[in-house]
Design a protein around this ligand. Structure first.
Ligand code: GLN
Length: 452
């Protein structure tokens, strides 16, 4: 049924870059057979899933949304893909994304933008617009995303779905194409909080192949999502520095409603200040491009990736330059230049080093806040889905989409976006973000399930 729906709707949405009908049907048939034979099967056996094209899939082209990897067929699976296979979940295919996960609209996508199922003239968020659009349009019940500055949560918000960025180190990144290694995190996209919890439990847990993977059990997210809806005794913090100017009226109205809903469920809502959040964007746009410029140095057209050979008798250096010039898009080049500059000799202390200090202050703000409250709540994104093309030529306007999501990545804490109704001015979905201390992911699920 999902494959039929993909065939019918994907030409308009462009949510999937690759559909593996054969592979998905083979896994499904295999599960049917096992079930008929009375075999004990994992909980999600037979439930299809879509994978963002940033995770390596053995034998299936993995592009990261870039011409550089247009023909790259990985020789191995990312750990999360192995876990989906171990869970006997049919993999429907690979979903569209901004090139190397840089963007907030899936317009910086080398193979064309993804469209928002709510309005095809609008963006589905980014960088993981393909995964969220696929889930929102019922092309897949579940999908995988990656979140470096908001790429799971912001697409969830603007497509009316659920998206979770787990605690940094909570889900393995082995075999996931790196954007900014100190920020990247893999997580679930779903239509309900319980569905997200089911997938989170499949993905999470220690992986010796990822040196940043936390050696601890997966937080009890499913139990939390299935628990009581009574929030009596729970303290919820509203961050003074998130919201206000730059936020759409309908977004703020739905947020106020969510606060009323929390109070009605028994929670105590208080205001907390995180004074360094105002510097989060600036710190992120030094740290993220710095790490990206370093990670993307591997695309030298020598070992793998697209190669362009200039005329004559070019040197290796000329081949590298010509290949990177031809295969990288504008936004990727912008960040490589920015990151290389910030890391260059003499500037390191002024930029990258300084940004890292700000990052520590932001983590300190969260620590102080979580000394007073159990979870924090905010709008996920300042606006609903904007029109395709509206912000493409204005990087600052594009970057501002993640103003509320970036602090969690800088601090490594978990975050979730859940749907909270539609903005009256445009009838488009709005998301509310929940944040919790590191390794307390279950708190998001408890409050998220109560609120949804
Ligand atoms: N939009 C942010 C950026 O462009 C976040 C990207 C992400 O989370 N992958 O960096």
């Amino acid at each position: 049924a999902h494959l039929d729906r993909i065939e019918r709707l994907n030409p308009a949405l462009n949510a999937f870059l690759l559909v593996d009908a054969e592979g998905a049907l083979a896994t499904a048939a295999n599960v049917d057979e096992a079930r008929a034979a009375g075999e004990d099967l994992p909980r999600l056996a037979g439930v299809p899933v879509a994978v963002k094209d940033i995770a390596c899939t053995q034998g299936l082209t993995t592009t990261a949304g870039s011409r550089m990897l247009e023909h790259f067929v990985p020789p191995y699976d990312a750990t999360i893909v192995t876990r989906l296979k171990d869970a006997r979940m049919p993999i429907l295919g690979k979903t569209n994304m901004d090139e190397f996960a840089m963007g907030s609209s899936t317009e910086h996508a080398a193979f064309g933008p993804t469209r928002n199922p709510w309005d095809l003239d609008r963006i589905p968020g980014g960088s993981g617009g393909g995964s969220s659009a696929a889930v929102a349009a019922y092309l897949a019940p579940l999908a995988i995303g990656s979140d470096t500055g908001g790429s799971i949560r912001q697409p969830a918000a603007v497509t009316g779905s659920v998206g979770v960025k787990p605690t940094y180190g909570g889900v393995s990144r082995y075999g996931v194409i790196a954007l900014a290694s100190s920020l990247d995190q893999i997580g679930p996209c779903a239509r309900t909080v319980t569905d997200a919890a089911l997938l989170h439990e499949v993905l999470g847990g220690h992986d010796p192949m990822d040196s940043t993977s936390i050696d601890a059990p997966v937080p009890p997210v499913l139990a939390a999502a299935s628990g009581t809806r009574d929030l009596t005794g729970m303290k919820v913090g509203v961050v003074t520095e998130i919201g206000g100017e730059g936020y759409q009226d309908g977004v703020l109205a739905r947020f106020e409603e969510a606060l009323d809903h929390l109070r009605a469920l028994g929670a105590q809502v208080v205001e907390v200040s995180c004074p360094h959040f105002v510097y989060a964007m600036a710190a992120y746009y030094l740290i993220q491009p710095s790490e990206a410029s370093s990670n993307l140095a591997r695309y030298d057209a020598m070992r793998y990736g697209a190669r362009t050979t200039p005329d004559g008798d070019p040197s290796a250096e000329q081949v590298m330059a010509a290949s990177r010039e031809a295969a990288f898009g504008e936004e990727v080049k912008r960040r490589i230049v920015l990151g290389t500059y910030a890391l260059s000799s003499g500037y390191y202390d002024a930029y990258y080093g300084q940004a890292q200090k700000v990052r520590t202050l932001i983590a300190g703000d969260f620590e102080a806040a979580f000394g007073q409250v159990d979870v924090l709540v905010s709008p996920t994104a300042p606006t609903t889905a904007f029109k395709i093309g509206d912000k493409l030529d204005d990087p600052m306007a594009m970057y501002l989409n993640d103003i509320a999501t970036i602090p969690a990545n800088l601090a490594g804490i978990p975050g979730m976006s859940i749907p909270s109704g539609l903005a009256e001015e445009d009838g488009l979905p709005v998301g509310v973000q929940l944040l919790a201390p590191a390794m307390e992911d279950q708190r998001l699920y408890a409050v998220g399930a109560a609120l949804e």
